[in-house]
Design a protein around this ligand. Sequence first.
Ligand code: CMP
Length: 248
Amino acid sequence: MQEGFMFSALNDKEIEIVVGAMEEKIFHKAEYIIKQGEEGNVLYVVDSGELDCFKNYGKGDIFLKTYYPGESFGELALLFQSPRAASIKVKSDKAILWQLDRETFNLIVKEASIKKRQQFETFLENWDLLKEIKDPYDKLKMSDALFDKQFKKGDIILQSGSKSNEIFIIESGRVSVLKNNQKIFELCKLGEYFGDQSIVTNQIETFTYVAEEDIKLMYIPKKSYSSTLKEIQSTLMNNIQIKYGKYL
Ligand code: CMP
């Protein structure tokens, strides 16, 4: 359930309350869970099955994405008191969903989620890496998968030869990039990132990353990669060549 990004800002106690309030619902192939334009009072977390999301911008439905187990949808109507912004339909033979009511959502999830989206909104809107992602919704949704982490001067953040569990992004401070214990360059600009090499290519990391001073990083957990950055995988691959090619 923690993968349901909506809930990433909650503590254990809050998650327990949310889980207790959820109701299991079973749907079948081609059934609409949500219809664009209608009023909505619940959000859903996928337990099993697959669902397709479509949006009508005025000229008929356009396919946007498929939802898989662990993902959630239907939060916008609850966050902004707005009509459903897209339609969602069962793709697999059957889908089991967990449904969360508006009251529990308002009480427990809404404020934490809005806060988290606001915290990262400006950064995500301006992060150069995401310029190919056109839909503002996809960027906003990414904030649910972003976290903060602080490191002390001298901390080894990521060791060469390992596989990273996170894609780290510079928020503030300097990170040294080392090969064979030699510093080869430094990352210090907002939005520069690392830890992507092993996640994107599934190989081991070539470099070691060390905090040059007390620093603040953002990170996207590896398990969130496929639902956040995978759609720009070819850009990430190109960037690996540009960033590291001459040192490999
Ligand atoms: P809601 O508007 O409540 O109902 C439809 C859901 O589709 C919406 O919440 C989001 O969870 C989801 N969705 C997925 N992609 C988009 C998108 N591009 N724009 C709006 N909603 C989207």
